[in-house]
Design a protein around this ligand. Structure first.
Ligand SMILES: CC(C)(COP(=O)(O)OP(=O)(O)OC[C@H]1O[C@@H](n2cnc3c(N)ncnc32)[C@H](O)[C@@H]1OP(=O)(O)O)[C@@H](O)C(=O)NCCC(=O)NCCS
Length: 154
């Protein structure tokens, strides 16, 4: 349970640092719940079909990746979170590489990133992902747009 709590705290803090500015203080708890419950942490940890790897920086939990091989043989990166205190040290790149290397036969690597998430968009572009489409969504009454991106493995 201590591990669950540590991952959940790290994920919540990273989520709020990334998306907190989209929402008012009144909207924030509901937005965080809706966003993070789209892939509940307990289910993700227990699901044998999900690839889940943690990254540690010395003794601190720095980040994690959750990925799934789809029936289409595409690898979908469901979450890549690196805590703000550990960003820009190559940890996100390492996590993505670990997931991609675990599925060497995947046809395509895919993900969705929110268009206003400048850090996320810059990161995926630097990893040579390209936009393939957009999906509008509403979270806690706020309109957002998910950018679908993909790349072929090297
Ligand atoms: C996006 C995220 C995973 C990147 O993780 P990271 O460990 O900081 O990434 P890396 O250190 O491996 O960065 C690799 C490259 O991506 C680009 N990049 C990463 N963060 C960036 C930023 N804030 N601004 C501009 N470029 C950025 C840079 O080119 C960087 O290389 P450099 O540091 O040598 O310039 C991290 O910012 C994060 O967890 N954000 C919150 C959650 C999120 O948005 N996840 C992805 C949404 S789908």
């Amino acid at each position: 349970m201590a591990a669950y709590d540590a991952i959940h705290r790290m994920m919540s803090e990273t989520w709020e640092d990334t998306y907190g500015c989209y929402f008012t203080a009144a909207q924030l708890p509901e937005a965080r719940r809706l966003w993070l419950d789209a892939l509940p942490l307990a289910s993700a940890l227990a699901d044998p079909n999900l690839f889940f790897v943690l990254a540690w920086d010395e003794t601190a939990l720095a980040g994690f990746v959750v990925a799934q091989l789809l029936d289409s043989n595409d690898l979908f990166l469901l979450r890549v979170y690196v805590h703000p205190e550990h960003q820009r040290r190559g940890i996100g790149t390492m996590l993505v590489n670990r997931a991609v290397m675990a599925f060497p036969d995947a046809a395509t690597i895919r993900l969705d990133v929110e268009e206003g998430n400048k850090r996320g968009v810059a990161f995926w572009k630097q990893q040579a992902f390209q936009e393939t489409g957009r999906k509008p969504m509403t979270v806690a009454g706020v309109s957002i747009s998910l950018v679908a991106m993909e790349k072929r493995p090297a």
